[in-house]
Design a protein around this ligand. Structure first.
Ligand code: MIG
Length: 789
């Protein structure tokens, strides 16, 4: 290795982030001002800035002093961190209480260590570099035991080691294969798990980026087609710490309205008011719970956004009102493209106010989408975001509280599938090409939608659903995973895809239950609905010209099963809502890969066909046709079968039977979970809560969170948080209920405690009083203690 710049042998690395890269060179000099270390290399400039003691930002710019501006992903300003700089002959060292950044001078190589001296990221032969086309690249050593997660919406298995992933928001109708890595979302971020400890790396670059954990066995690289090599190293050391760190940088999911956690029914499209009303009627008649009906593009007048077609939907206001009375929200789709039509007010106004994307020469960018020739709002411009956000008044005036944004990659019907790369974004006075800002277009549309709707709803929480997004999308919107197909393989893919979205900071996500394109079947719909009941976002959606897949579409046998699981969703609502609240505060997702809770258990590292809901509920669905058993891995501890209360020993695999009616669910001994009731929709108040205690010896605890489910008053502690602490020693089970806050009173008739897995001799004490137990309410394995609040 020489001190001078060097080029990487093109032959050797033709498979990797290819090209001839020039190294940043050796350190010439440095300056430490305002808590920033500014290093000048021979061929580039590198700045170091701590955001917290456990988060460091590193920015390399090949040709100019680095800009410390951030993309729209960032919500965090750097804190005033105490940083110590040590200068040595061959190196510089920046140190906080949590991290040490070691900068070798010749050549410039950066390694980051945690407080225990554990190397998080290290550079070896290669470090930071760039090429003649202004691509930037960073190389890091890849250890033998490194496992990779996050990256957002990606096909394939859970652990991304051995993958090469590109981030470029893309409308992919078909196929979603293991090799289809550019989908609708771009989250240039990953978490590494190495020997049970985790750290993270977030590349804040909006260009097309790519992450290569495939081409070399001991080196990974991350690169961008332009801009700076601007990345953050997150210290961990646990997966949950990394999630907290990442969502500190990019923001947390706001707590959704409760109705958004209910069951959603969609179809491309329910085409008339009559059809929508009949659909709602059928759900009510059959007693199948429903919280939302989605209105796909046919509701619009010639696919013009912010309109209803008057023939198909003669009285949307009345329809929406009547649906609400049935506890159902209407959620209309709103695409990004605006029809070219001089008599269409949105087109006219947007033009008059100069709010659409243009080329640098001043001519408008036109693209073909559903409405035909269309223009695209320039969401990089604050004025356009505000304008568009206010346009939702059209919907909110009709009583609509949820919006579904589609085609916001943006998708265009042409060969590149999107806007011309040289189209411009005004970007609030800092104009950039679409090539640079493509990946944030959807995210900015969501910002506009969420902020606009929030203002319009006067204190109510909006629900916003998006297809496209970038790092930080969780601040504005739930994410569905786009146009999957009614294949068993796509049911299976839902699990790792949604788990990795969760690891990438997006807790509120789900796939089209039943599959979007292609024909579903009764069995597939049944199994997919079983999974859907435990996905953070639960919507059945299907495409034009394929078999219908409403719960009753495949006959009574399947309808019964599908209904059972939709109802089950509502029983689990208090628990789901509690963990949604936690996710909104901690960034730890609702749906979790097992390694988050068991980082020392290597059997969890690529476990792609099971997941945890919260900390202690394990779901192991059947993902294959005509299959009525499967191997389930239960990590250490003891686990209760949810259906039978049979106890299984963890730390091993079990062969579990699961007829078509059964979704295998296991609850870890040492759990306390709130359970609600089956209801027609979340609009029906819960009469009763059961607190289920699944004991293990010793101490354990659980929580139940609740609030009005629709306003922001919970932020002023108008909420209820009960904590349950339990002690169990075979003869006695002592439960303490503590109100951490009780600024909200649910309309409850009663609260009951249900204790599992104890025999009749065991005494149950609640808040230091011996409780009357009633063994008749449940089967012999369960004990119930009645208690009212
Ligand atoms: O190119 O609005 O992913 O959910 O039903 C199709 C019609 C456009 C794509 C979405 C899908 C939606 C469909 N849209």
């Amino acid at each position: 290795m020489e001190d001078t710049s060097f080029a990487i042998h093109p032959g050797k690395r033709s498979q990797s982030n290819a090209g001839s890269y020039r190294d940043v060179g050796s350190v010439r000099d440095h300056q430490f001002v305002e808590r920033q270390l500014k290093v000048n290399g021979e061929n580039g400039y590198v700045h170091f800035r701590f955001y917290r003691t456990d988060i460091v930002r590193i920015v390399m710019n090949p040709s100019a002093t680095p800009s410390m501006k951030s993309s729209v992903a960032l919500v965090k300003e750097p804190e005033d961190v105490d940083v110590e700089l040590r200068e040595m002959e061959n190196a510089l060292m920046l140190q906080t209480t949590d991290l040490t950044v070691h900068i070798q001078k010749s050549p410039l190589r950066v390694s980051v260590y945690d407080k225990e001296g554990r190397a998080l990221v290290t550079e070896g032969e290669r470090g930071m570099a760039f090429d003649a086309d202004r691509r930037v690249i960073g190389y890091k050593k890849m250890e033998e035991d490194d496992h990779f997660y996050g990256f957002g919406e990606k096909s394939g298995f859970l652990d991304k080691r051995g993958e090469k992933l590109t981030m470029w928001n893309t409308d992919v109708y078909a196929p979603h294969n293991p090799e289809t890595d550019q989908l609708y979302q771009s989250i240039p971020y990953f978490m590494v798990l190495r020997e049970g400890r985790a750290h993270g790396l977030f590349l804040d670059n909006t260009f097309k980026t790519s992450f290569d954990m495939r081409s070399e066995t001991d080196t990974l690289s991350f690169s961008a087609e332009g801009g700076q090599l601007d990345y953050y190293v997150l210290a961990g050391p646990s997966p949950k710490d990394v999630l907290e760190q990442y969502t500190t940088l990019t923001g947390k999911m706001p707590l959704p309205p409760k109705w958004a956690l209910g069951y959603h029914q969609s179809r491309y499209s329910y085409e008339t008011e009559q059809e929508v009303r009949e659909l709602a009627e059928t759900f009510v008649e059959k007693g199948i719970p429903l919280d939302a009906i989605h209105l796909d593009i046919h509701y619009m007048d010639g696919y013009r956004v912010f309109t209803f077609d008057e023939d198909r939907f003669p009285d949307p206001r009345k329809m929406i009102e009547d649906l609400k009375e049935q506890g159902i929200h209407a959620v209309p789709i709103v695409d990004a493209g605006v029809k070219e039509d001089p008599e269409f007010p949105i087109y006219k106004e947007g033009l008059q106010q100069d709010l659409f994307c243009k080329y640098i020469e001043g001519n408008l960018f036109f693209g073909d989408v559903w409405p035909g020739n269309s223009v695209f709002p320039d969401f990089t411009k604050a004025a356009a975001r505000k304008w568009w956000g206010e346009k939702y008044k059209y919907y909110s005036d009709l009583g609509i509280e949820g919006i579904w944004n589609d085609m916001n990659e943006p998708a265009v019907f042409n060969e590149t599938k999107t806007m011309a790369l040289k189209a411009m974004h005004e970007n609030d006075g800092d104009p950039k090409t679409h090539r640079e800002l493509h990946n944030v277009y959807g995210m900015l549309m969501e910002q506009s939608t969420y902020e606009g709707m929030k203002k319009l709803l006067g204190g109510k929480r909006p629900f916003v659903l998006t297809r496209a997004g970038f790092a930080g999308i969780q601040r504005y919107s739930a994410v569905w995973t786009g146009d999957n197909r009614s294949f068993w393989e796509h049911l299976a893919m839902t699990l790792p895809m949604c788990m990795n979205l969760g690891v990438a900071g997006v807790p509120f996500c789900g796939s089209d239950v039943g599959g979007f394109a292609h024909d579903s079947s009764g069995q597939l719909l049944a199994r997919w609905t079983q999974v859907g009941a435990f996905l953070p976002y639960f919507r059945n959606h299907s495409a034009l010209n394929f078999l219908r897949q409403e719960p009753w579409s495949f006959g009574e046998k399947y309808e019964t099963i599908v209904t059972k699981y939709i109802r089950l969703r509502y029983k689990w609502m208090p628990y789901l809502y509690t963990i949604f609240k936690e996710a909104s505060e901690s960034g730890v997702p609702v749906m979790r890969p097992l390694f988050i809770e068991y980082p020392d258990d290597s059997k969890t590292y690529n476990l792609s066909d099971q997941f945890l809901v919260g900390k202690t509920v394990l779901v192991a669905p059947i993902l294959k046709p005509d299959t009525f058993h499967r191997a389930v891995y239960l990590p250490s501890g003891q686990w209760y079968d949810y259906w039978t209360d049979r106890i299984y020993e963890g730390g091993q695999h079990h062969l579990i039977e699961a007829d078509l009616e059964t979704l295998p669910i296991f609850i870890k001994a040492g759990s306390i979970l709130p359970e609600g009731e089956e209801r027609q929709s979340t609009a029906v108040p819960e009469e009763r809560i059961n607190i289920h205690v699944y004991p293990c010896r010793g101490e354990f605890a659980g929580k139940w969170y609740d609030d009005d489910g629709e306003t922001f008053e919970y932020l002023d502690e108008k909420a209820l948080l009960k904590e349950f602490h339990c002690q169990f020693d075979e003869e006695k089970l002592k439960l303490k209920i503590e109100d951490l806050y009780n600024g909200f009173q649910p309309h409850l008739g009663s609260m009951s405690i249900v204790v599992h897995g104890i025999d009749t001799e065991t005494e149950v004490w609640v808040n230091d009083k011996k409780a009357m137990t009633d063994h008749t309410k449940f089967d012999h394995k369960r004990d119930i203690v009645k208690l009212s609040i």
